[in-house]
Structures are given as C-alpha cells and as structure tokens.
Design a protein. Structure first.
Length: 288
C-alpha cells in the first residue's frame, strides 16, 4: 500500500493545477484495477461551467449472478481528485489506496455478489462525480435496466489520521450521543475511523461492516465508531440540512439523496472517515 502512496497519490490531482498529472493518476488507477481482474471503463460527464470533462473510473468484479436476474451489487467508492492547493495524501489518497487494496485482496475470491469499485472525480467541486454516477449510470443502467439489487455503498474519504493522545478528539454530544459517549470513555482519543450513517436507515450496512471488522485477527487494526446521524430517509428539510449539513459533505450523500425521478427509493451508504481530526470545529453547528 505504501508503494501506491509513493507512486500515485503524492501529488495534486486537480484539473486547474495540472491536468496531465491528473491523467497520469487515472491511468495508474485503471491499470491497478485491471491487474485485479476487474472490467474497467470510464464515465465522462460535464458539470462545470467551463465544460471541463469529469471522469469517473468504474471497475467491476463480476459476481456469479452478473448479468442475470437476482444480481446483487456492493459498491466501494472514493474520490481521487484533490483541491488545487493540496497533494491530497489523506484527502483522499488514503481512501483510494484502501479501495485498491480491497480490490487486490478480493481478486482471488469468487463471490456471489458483484463488487463495483468507483473512483469519483470532482468531489471537491460539489460531489459532481458521484452525483453523475448515481443519476446517470447506477440507477438507469444497473438498477432499472438490469434489475440488479443494490445492497449498499461503502464510501472511503480520509482514513489516514490516527491520534493516540488523550483529548485529541472532541465531539459535541447532541447529534450523535452514542459516538460521543464512546469517545469520552476512551479519554477523547482520536484513534478510530468514524462510520457515518443515517439512524435506523443504513443500520444493516454498519452492522455487517462491524461484524466483519470484529473478526479480523490483526491486533493493530484501528477502531470503528458509528456516527448515526439523525438525518431522515427522504431528502432533509432546510432546517435539518442547516443543523446536520456536515453529515452530507462527501460522496455517500449522493446515494442517500439522489434526485433520479425514475427510482424513488433511497440508496443505502455509509462513509468511513477520520474526519480530518478537526471534528469539534466542523460540527459545532450541531449544537445550534
């Protein structure tokens, strides 16, 4: 994994900074997915005022029922673009490296379910890549046309920062009291990855991840803590968005609150994140 950081995700991946560097990273990611035996293709989209082409990378590990009635899809995703001023090692080189490693580990395993790995573009410009993927590909092509059952998405966005020191992580308790209590009981250490969900909606995804995680034998694994936000099943009201907008600031929310009129159901998703270890500042609005 460290090799992928050094060779791929050490530089800015932003079209305003250097499009050739961004294309270099795309080519490397595509090659890595192909090495894992995935079918790989790109999804181009135009969403910016200057008509810059965004490019999502979609890699598919075919399940036993791929192309048949009853196919089930599990998605692992993360964005590969960065802001103009940052090399994006944590945001989101860490998520991309984790996704590539997941593809590598699963490459020798035959699964009943189809696994879809998606590297989203233009997350830093308003989640444009994941919005285009859900609206223009996932729903019309996989769910509506092919009749696939979408089981859920695991979105990875920043998982590199871990803090073992006491009082390195603080969280206002009002919005996610269970998570806040766990953190306080651990002397406010930031030695965990948060899993963001909607309370009572994405519970099954969280439980399946938590169960599998607890069975790992690696003693150095970090902890997972569920942040079960009070956001609703349907599109939030303006007041709910004002209070809990932090929980919609990554690609998972493109699944939660898609706007494709041909499919009325929400799409389950959870976000794995270290929150940049600045959560006390970022979620202060939760107390208002």
């Amino acid at each position: 994994m460290s090799k992928n950081f050094r060779e791929i995700f050490w530089q800015r991946r932003n079209h305003r900074f250097n499009e050739r560097l961004k294309q270099y990273v795309r080519d490397k990611v595509i090659a890595k997915f192909k090495e894992c035996g995935c079918d790989v293709f790109i999804q181009s989209f135009k969403k910016l005022p200057n008509q810059y082409n965004g490019i999502n990378i979609i890699a598919v590990k075919n399940g036993l029922n791929r192309g048949k009635t009853g196919d089930e899809i599990i998605l692992v995703g993360g964005h590969y673009d960065t802001v103009e001023s940052s090399p994006g090692v944590d945001d989101n080189g860490s998520g991309m490296v984790a996704m590539l490693e997941t593809a590598r580990v699963l490459s020798s395993v035959q699964l009943k379910q189809t696994i879809m790995f998606v590297a989203f573009d233009l997350e830093e410009f308003g989640l444009l890549g994941s919005i285009a993927f859900v609206h223009d590909y996932l729903i019309p092509r996989e769910i509506v046309k092919n009749g696939a059952n979408f089981l859920g998405a695991f979105i990875i966005d920043m998982i590199l920062r871990q803090e073992q020191a006491e009082n390195s992580q603080k969280l206002p308790p009002k919005a996610v009291p269970n998570a806040a209590a766990q953190i306080r009981a651990n002397q406010n250490r930031g030695d965990f990855v948060a899993v963001w969900s909607r309370r009572g909606v994405d519970t099954e995804l969280w439980q399946s991840l938590s169960k599998s995680w607890s069975q790992l034998q690696n003693p150095f694994r970090f902890k997972l803590i569920e942040f079960d936000s009070p956001l609703p099943l349907t599109i939030p009201t303006a007041d709910e968005l004002r209070r809990y907008d932090t929980f919609t600031r990554s690609d998972h929310s493109s699944f939660w609150y898609h706007k494709n009129a041909n499919y009325s159901s929400t799409l389950n998703a959870v976000l794995l994140t270290d929150m940049g270890r600045t959560v006390e500042r970022r979620v202060k609005t939760l107390l208002s």
